[in-house]
Design a protein around this ligand. Structure first.
Ligand code: SF4
Ligand code: SF4
Length: 215
């Protein structure tokens, strides 16, 4: 029989162990999506005649896809995380597993950070059978972030073409959807629009779950 040997984990290991014990002591829990409320970004309500820099406010109507949630107008945040719209349902075939492949067309980095946290213990997307794919060849949904940039146009197209059918395209954040404050959206059309600058992880998960449940 072999012996259990002492493993010298050094200072870095101690830090990891302390972090782990700290997490248990503080009882860090996975977020409950239906109770998740932050004020920005969330659905905005009310009236404002502010000259919106992205034209998200026009003729008294609010266009969430264009809103960068700059907080300069008089609209009121509700905390409601339904900052998304579903154009096309996610096919039933993805009920048991959905693999996402992200492409950054030209972001500030914040959409990427929020997207990455889906796979952290705090949001734990695997409980909803949502995973990350390492290659578009294994992906079911393309997640597009950032504004349109010439350099990434071909990359986006190649990633999309490499994905097997059926496939879904998700626009994540104001830049991808409308170009935000600096340009135009990375793609013309999306199956799922997730607004925000950046969208919250809760809004991203809610949008995907709703699109998958949609008949
Ligand atoms: S929060 Fe900013 S971007 Fe959004 S509607 Fe108001 S002024 Fe426009
Ligand atoms: S939508 Fe906002 S957070 Fe996302 S890349 Fe654009 S500027 Fe950054």
């Amino acid at each position: 029989m072999g012996e259990l040997r002492h493993l010298d984990i050094g200072t870095g290991g101690e830090v990891s162990v302390n972090w782990f014990i700290n997490g248990i002591r503080k009882r860090i829990q996975t977020e409950k999506l239906d109770q998740y409320r932050v004020m920005y970004p969330s659905v905005l309500e009310g009236m404002s005649d502010y000259n919106c820099p992205t034209e998200a406010l026009r003729d008294g109507k609010w266009d969430m896809d264009k809103c960068i949630f700059c907080r300069q107008c008089d609209l009121d945040p509700t905390g409601n995380q339904d900052t998304y719209s579903v154009e096309k349902a996610i096919p039933n075939i993805f009920k048991k597993s959905l693999y996402l492949y992200p492409v950054d067309s030209g972001t500030c980095g914040a959409c990427n950070v929020e997207f990455t946290t889906l796979f952290s213990p705090q949001y734990d997307s695997s409980r909803f059978k949502i995973f990350m794919a390492n290659t578009p060849r294994h992906a079911d949904a393309l997640v597009v972030m950032g504004v349109h940039t010439e350099g990434m146009e071909r990359v986006l197209q190649e990633a999309y073409d490499a994905m097997p059918e059926p496939k879904v395209v998700i626009g994540l954040g104001a830049c991808a959807l409308s170009g935000g404050i600096i340009g135009r959206g990375a793609m013309e059309k999306y199956d799922i629009h997730i607004a925000g600058c950046p969208p919250t992880p809760a809004a991203i998960l809610k949008a995907i779950i709703e699109a998958r449940d949609k008949k």
